[in-house]
Structures are given as structure tokens and as C-alpha cells.
Design a protein around this ligand. Structure first.
Ligand code: F6P
Length: 317
């Protein structure tokens, strides 16, 4: 069996661990694995490379991806199916192992199926916003990164009382990542693109937190526009200084958490054995913590909403 590994869209911590696990398993069983550089754009133009087992082994705990990714929508082109089938036949490739987020999985898996190309997709994004799965590779590491930064903020917040700390997370147009962090780290308020909020309510909530414990911690998802505006506005209506921390892309390149490493191995193992027994592919989904291969399908339509119960808890609603 010969597999090509493709990374499409935003990278996430855990990809290197999964590449190492899949390639190592295939190698032990006498199967071949190669990688595409630059996602599908690279695959279509024949940018294929041998997987350097020692290099990916060394990078297993690091964020990013040894195989570069791309957001270029090359599979939307009319001749994409024909070109892809041609490359795969020419290189004698049997199947694909694909890393990608919401867009990749919803769009690519059905396409590959219509072109009769065998592919297993591993939902991979720090945003944890792929419908049909309660886990995406990289999310846990991004949460851990945020936690460590927030612990630093908490230390100075306690040492010099009287400030409001606004922490902005990545997450795209989904608030799932910001909520997961806010809920676990004891934030006083969280603002998400999915739910409206009022400035008067926010000011009261933050002032109460500062009065109660000396500081307030406000989490903000990047999908809510205006971190700088809030940083300017909140002091005017509360009379309290605001300090803004943007986690930014370093959060996406975070060190790989134990859970993400374990899940990277689980996913790779399931994908390898399924392809080996001749599966035509599908998407690996986690439900209640159990991973299953949804054969033949991408993710369901729609977008998961952040848990309202957790949102209400953080915001004291
Ligand atoms: O992959 C998801 C994500 O990290 C989002 O959280 C973020 O909004 C986006 O990608 C950033 O994309 P880019 O790296 O293309 O700026």
C-alpha cells in the first residue's frame, strides 16, 4: 500500500505526531508513505517528498507541520479530479491521509468520493469547530498554551491589584476555543461571536470581579471584532485600567499536549488499519471521546455552537 499525506488549511499541534505515528506503522508493515508539500496545490503539481522518519520523530512534540500546508482552493477547479487521479496513478498512490479543518472536511471529502479517490480525513484545527466531532486535533494544545499564559497574567494580576486583563484567543469565526479556555481557567467573562452582549452588563461584571478579588479576567474570541476598541472603552466606563494580551498565532504553534499526542496516535492507527483493509475512506469523528471512522462522508453541515451552559456559567447569567 502507498499513502500520500496531505495537510490542507490551518496547521495545528499534533500533525507531526500523527505523521510520525502513521509513517512508523506503515514502515513496520512494509507499506510506503510519502508526503505532499503545500497541500493539494503541491500534490497536483507533483511536490512529493519521502517522509524523513527521524525528522518527524524529533518534531512529534512540536507544533506546526513538517509537511507544509496551503489554503489555495485548487480542488474547486474543473479539471482538478482528472489532474489528481492522474498524479495518483502516475505515482502509484493508493490512498490519502488528510489533515484539515471544517472547510477541508466538508468540501474535500465529498469531492474525493465523487472522483473515487480513497482518503481518510483527520479533523485538525485548534478551533474545535468541525460539526459531528467533539474533538479536533490541536485544540487541547492551544488550550494548554492559553492556560500557561493566563497563569502568568494571574500572578501579576494578584501582585498588583486594580486591573482588568483582556485576553484574545484565536478561533476564527467560532467561539468554541475561547469558551473552552474561559470555562477552565476561571474567567470572569467571555465574549463570543455567537452570543450578543451589552457594554453596561460587561462593565458591571468586570467591576464586581475587581472589587471581589482585585482583578478581572475577560476572554475574547478573535471572531468578536474590536479588541482594541474594548481596551479603549472599558476604562472609560469602569474607571479601571485594561491590559490586552493577544495570544495570536503562537497559540496555533503551541507545544503538543499529552492528549493531542495520544489522539494523534489513536487517529493514525485507526486510519492506517482502515486503509489497509481496503476502506474507501471517510472522516474520523470523536463522539463522547470514542473515535469512529464515518466511512464515505465528510462532516455534517452546519457549525457547532459553543456550549450555552458553559457560556452562561462563565458570564454569571
Ligand atoms: O486554523 C484555524 C485558525 O488558526 C483560526 O483560529 C484563525 O483565525 C486562522 O486559522 C488564522 O489563519 P491564518 O494562519 O491563515 O492567518
Amino acid at each position: 500500500m502507498k499513502t500520500v499525506i496531505v495537510v490542507n488549511g490551518g496547521d495545528a499541534p499534533g500533525i507531526n505526531a500523527a505523521i510520525a505515528a502513521y509513517s512508523g506503522l506503515a514502515n513496520q508493515n512494509g507499506d510506503q508513505v510519502i508526503g505532499a508539500q503545500d497541500g493539494f496545490a503541491g500534490l497536483l503539481s507533483g511536490q512529493l517528498t519521502e517522509i524523513d522518519l527521524a525528522a518527524v520523530d524529533l518534531l512529534s512534540g512540536r507544533g506546526g507541520s513538517w509537511l507544509t500546508s496551503s489554503r489555495a482552493p485548487v480542488l474547486a477547479r474543473d479539471d482538478a479530479g482528472e489532474r489528481l487521479s492522474h498524479v495518483l496513478a502516475q505515482e502509484k498512490i493508493d490512498n490519502l491521509l488528510l489533515f484539515g479543518g471544517d472547510g477541508t472536511i466538508k468540501f474535500v471529502i465529498p469531492r474525493l468520493r465523487t472522483w473515487d479517490i480513497s482518503c481518510i480525513a483527520l479533523p485538525t484545527t485548534i478551533d474545535n469547530d468541525v460539526p459531528g466531532t467533539d474533538y479536533t486535533l490541536g485544540h487541547d494544545s492551544a488550550c494548554n498554551y492559553a492556560w500557561q499564559t493566563i497563569e502568568g497574567i494571574r500572578a501579576t494580576a494578584n501582585a498588583l491589584p486594580g486591573r482588568i486583563f483582556l485576553v484574545e484567543t484565536l478561533g476564527g469565526d467560532s467561539g468554541c476555543l475561547a469558551l473552552a479556555i474561559a470555562y477552565a481557567c476561571g474567567a470572569d467573562a467571555v465574549l463570543l461571536p455567537e452570543y450578543d452582549f451589552g457594554m453596561d452588563w460587561l462593565a458591571e461584571r468586570l467591576k464586581t470581579a475587581v472589587a471581589r478579588r482585585g482583578y478581572a479576567l475577560l476572554l475574547l474570541s478573535e471572531g468578536v471584532p474590536g479588541a482594541q476598541r474594548l481596551t479603549d472603552e472599558i476604562p472609560k466606563i469602569t474607571g479601571i485600567r485594561v491590559r490586552l494580551t493577544r495570544l495570536g498565532h503562537a497559540q496555533r504553534g503551541a507545544a503538543v499536549s499529552h492528549i493531542d499526542r495520544q489522539r494523534a496516535v489513536d487517529m493514525s492507527r485507526i486510519a492506517y488499519h482502515a486503509l489497509k483493509r481496503g476502506s474507501r475512506g471517510g472522516t474520523l469523528l470523536s463522539r463522547g471521546g470514542a473515535l469512529t471512522l464515518q466511512e464515505g462522508e465528510g462532516a455534517p453541515a452546519g457549525k457547532p455552537a459553543p456550549d450555552y451552559g458553559q457560556y452562561a456559567f462563565v458570564n454569571g447569567l
